[in-house]
Design a protein around this ligand. Sequence first.
Ligand SMILES: *Cc1c(COP(=O)(O)O)cnc(C)c1O
Length: 403
Amino acid sequence: MTTTEQQTEQRTARRPWQDRHADDLMASYAPPLRLLVRGEGCWVWDDEGRQYLDFLGGIAVNSLGHGHPVVVEAAGRQAASMVHVSNYFATPAQLDLAERLKRITGAGDAGRVYFGNSGAEANEAAFKLARRTGRPRILALKNAFHGRTMGALALTGKPALQAPFLPLPAGVEHLDSTVEALEQALGDDVAGLIVEPIKGETGVVPLPEGYLQRARELTARHGALLIVDEIQTGIGRTGAWFDFQHAGVVPDAITLAKGVAGGVPLGALVTFGAASDLLQRGDHGSTFGGNPFAAAVANAVLGEIERADLMGNASRRGAQIHDAVSAIGSPLVTEVRGRGLLIGIGTLEGAAPAIAAAALDEGLIVNAINPTSIRLAPPLIVGDTEVSAFADRFERALAVAAR
Ligand SMILES: *Cc1c(COP(=O)(O)O)cnc(C)c1O
């Protein structure tokens, strides 16, 4: 090591992590809340040895929590063999995952899978799929979130996120989340409609009862694609593999990411029926997409969700958490929304950030997604210990925030 390198290293060792983050990382995120150094199950530890119950799960990503033996085994085994080969080659892990995704989505024999590495990429693929219908108009919903890349951002119905980056890809119209708005907007020039069944980034707000069924009828009548963004709601979180399955509809395509590989980056577009023939050779691609490492971990995660009935667990624990929050009876809490282990807690105007901050001090990670909503998206493996630890800590946090 040169003297300059040694000096740099010594300086680095002494600088607080907050300063290092501020100096070295792009300023696009808020300052991080803690420096996390270790995880186990539903728990994480910071650099000062404090323990936290992780009820955000890396934003609905850590389906099996932290350090799950099934993930550790699959990752180790695949990494010891091949991490990546490019899409010039197939791998058993990729083929198995595509087959499995067709089965659990219900896409069946006519279904097809495109692999990317994130939610935004899955939605970019869905956007290109819709363009391939040759129709000019794409419908999306106001206040829905579909990702931050330019195409996904064009789909995202949040003008404040879009404003600094105009112009975005054209042709996207944002509707109110009502059947009437959809009836008015649909025509034979519409390529597709993309919806989140529960708007996660808007505070866990489900679509109105019956909306998906009517959207299916109306899009079918006009030959438009129904695309369901299951990136946050999918992979067992709401008590079914995918939230659209509760509504009993068959979409033309869904996108998934977040929880599918337990934290390893992987996204996918899954098409059903005739939509499977829209993308042609050369239309799209990704260097990393569907690599054997991510695919092997995803196979292991999905296998474990099935084996351990974590969808059933999500329904049961979700109901317990719902009841526990209601039972606290805090004047700050106005309602509890969501399905399974995707839960939004409505709060009095402006109270959510103070509640989340108080929770963190009590050793509980939750997320104030906006001034009136707390989001919970814990690992699907939560058990009695975690639910009661949550209830105790959240009650204390609400009491602190109410002062
Ligand atoms: C998180 C999310 C995305 C974007 O996923 P990234 O992996 O962050 O690109 C898109 N849609 C929904 C519904 C999401 O929750």
